[in-house]
Design a binder for this molecule. Structure first.
Ligand code: SF4
Ligand code: FES
Length: 251
């Protein structure tokens, strides 16, 4: 395929308290077979060669499984392809001469650290609040004899596919973490191992969401639309039901 030329408008911010702005870079000879992050690697090689600071961005697996990458491409979390992380987005999706604007997640609970890197430790604290099981589940043979109906197992695994990337928060006009949190609650509420802490988990996680500064869910649906793992918004309805039941049980 013929290489393409692009104009990149990239958010540059030296540190958490530094002012940020969009800087423009011209990039030529971009192979359509490159991933979006490989294209940024090429940009950075050029910046380093001219003594400039490379663009900071997060990545790890580059295979769509770790949840480390993520930023806005033309205002869309992870870019224009549905069900795709930005590390799996390819330059063949763009045309010669395109201008692409690249910005970090925009949410109060995800402050910018540098350029495209944001602090997502609020998600870690949400998991610490209840996204785990502390009961002894035994070893692999025990798991094999714990029978779980197939539909329940499928629904639990669909929710467990969440990689914690934060795109749902970035897409939401309220910066709500409801899709992420509800994915964890759904995953564990559907499995026998999650039953012991089922009620306390949902209360602690929902309260933590508020404490971290995430907004409320107002059923806009942007989270589901941009989620690279296509977590269903019905998880949020389940979280709300679980929360109500837990509160009624406590009262
Ligand atoms: S629910 Fe989807 S968008 Fe949100 S953190 Fe999980 S994988 Fe990312
Ligand atoms: S770098 Fe792991 S999901 Fe993108």
């Amino acid at each position: 395929m013929t290489p393409i030329s692009l104009t990149l408008r990239v958010w540059r911010q030296a540190g958490p308290n530094a002012p940020g702005s969009l800087e423009t870079y011209a990039l030529s000879d971009v192979s359509p077979d490159m991933s979006f992050l490989e294209m940024l690697d090429v940009l950075n090689e050029g910046l380093i060669a001219t003594g400039e600071e490379p663009v900071a961005f997060d990545s790890d697996c580059r295979e769509g499984i770790c949840g480390t990458c993520g930023f806005l491409v033309d205002g869309i979390p992870h870019g224009p392809d549905r069900g795709t992380t930005v590390c799996q987005l390819h330059m063949r999706r763009f045309r010669d001469g395109d201008t692409i604007t690249i910005e970090p997640w925009r949410a109060r609970a995800f402050p910018v650290l540098q350029d495209l890197v944001v602090d997502r430790s609020a998600f870690d604290r949400l998991i610490q609040a209840g996204g785990y099981v502390s009961v002894n589940c035994g070893g692999a043979p025990d798991a094999n004899v714990t029978l779980i109906p197939r539909p329940e197992a499928e629904r639990a695994m669909d929710a467990a596919a969440c990689i914690g990337c934060g795109a749902c928060v970035a897409a939401c006009k309220n910066a709500s973490a409801a899709l992420f949190t509800s994915a964890k609650i759904t995953h564990l509420a559907l499995l026998p191992q999650g039953q012991v802490e089922r009620r306390s988990r949902v209360v602690r996680m929902v309260e933590r969401m508020d404490a971290e500064g995430f907004g409320s869910c107002s059923n806009e649906g942007e989270c589901e639309a941009v989620c690279p793992k296509e977590i269903a918004i019905t998880s949020i309805a389940r979280m709300n039901r679980e929360f109500l039941r837990a509160k009624l049980w406590r009262s």
